[in-house]
Structures are given as C-alpha cells and as structure tokens.
Design a protein around this ligand. Structure first.
Ligand code: S3P
Length: 168
C-alpha cells in the first residue's frame, strides 16, 4: 500500500484517486471508508461519538486494510496512536508537504465538511493552520518520502508521486 500523508486541504484524496486510476490499483480514502462503515459523515461522528472514537476507527482501518493500493489518509491520522510506525511497517509513506500559506488558500473556502475548522473564521483558520502544522509536522516528517506541493498543479504533483513510486 502507498499511503499519502499530510495536512487537510493538501490534495491527498484527489492525488490518490488519480494515481490509483493511472496505476490500475485500488483507491482508498480513510475518511470515506469510515463514513461508509459508520453510515454518518465525519462531522456527525465527531459530534455524536467524539474525536477519540474517530481516531480509534482510523487506526482500526489501517490495521485492517492490506490490499495493494493507494490510500489517502485523513490529516490527523499520522498524529495519533503511533500510526506512522504502523504505516511505515506496512507500506510506502509519502508526505505531501505544503506551506501554511498554501494550505490557508486551499482551506479558506472549503471548511464546512471538516469539523476541526468548520466553525472558525478565516482569521482563526490562519492561526489554527500555523499552530497545528507546527505540532503535526514532526509526525508527517516520519514519512519515508516527501513531495513539495506549493506552486504545483495536480498534474505536476501526480507526475512527481508517480515518478517517485517507479524509482523505488
Ligand atoms: C482531520 C482531517 C480530515 C478528517 C477529519 C480530521 C484532521 O481529513 O479526517 O476532519 O484532524 O486534520 P482530510 O485531511 O482528508 O481533510
């Protein structure tokens, strides 16, 4: 399995889908799988069951899925329950790395489905990204490979991830 790691809004789902399609592999998205399993949106799971419950589902899912494919990992998955150790023992991890400025531009008009940022103003979002990226980076950096995404379009990122996988 190839795991795409990184902050909300960096494009993990889009790139994973395109890559899986290109390589004729299965596409997995941890958020989508959890929503299907629980028959609720991520926002509802956070509201009704709490974040801790959601984090346990993420780790359970990582343990359960062993197919050959591309998995887009939710932005907080890398941070909890030693998940990076588990990921690195199971497959290839690629960190899609973006600056806080890039993430802010991606997220400012796309907050509503993400419970951690759904109810904050754009000023608060800017502060949240700055702080959280700092907290999370050491975990993201445990990935085996990194691809910088600032200033690149989807096709360029896809090409780079693809080239990386073929170089291994
Ligand atoms: C989260 C990121 C989301 C989703 C949940 C929590 C996070 O995934 O798992 O809202 O803690 O950063 P995306 O990175 O796909 O938005």
């Amino acid at each position: 399995m190839v795991y795409l790691i990184g902050f909300m809004g960096v494009g993990k789902t889009t790139i994973a889908k395109l890559l899986a399609n290109k390589l004729k592999l299965f596409f997995f998205d941890t958020d989508q799988i959890i929503e299907q399993q629980e028959k609720r949106s991520i926002a509802e799971i956070f509201k009704k069951k709490g974040e801790l419950y959601f984090r346990l589902l993420e780790t359970g899912l990582l343990k359960q899925y062993n197919s050959k494919g591309i998995m887009a990992c939710g932005g907080g998955l890398a941070i909890h329950n030693n998940n990076m150790e588990l990921i690195n023992s199971k497959g290839i991890s690629i960190y899609l790395k973006a600056s806080s400025n890039h993430l802010y531009n991606q997220l400012k008009d796309d907050k509503q489905d993400r419970p951690l940022i759904a109810n904050i103003t754009n000023e608060e979002l800017e502060l949240y990204i700055g702080k959280e990226l700092k907290n999370r980076s050491p975990f993201y950096e445990l990935s085996q490979h990194t691809i910088l995404v600032d200033g690149k379009n989807k096709a360029e990122i896809l090409r780079e991830v693809n080239a990386l996988i073929f170089s291994l």
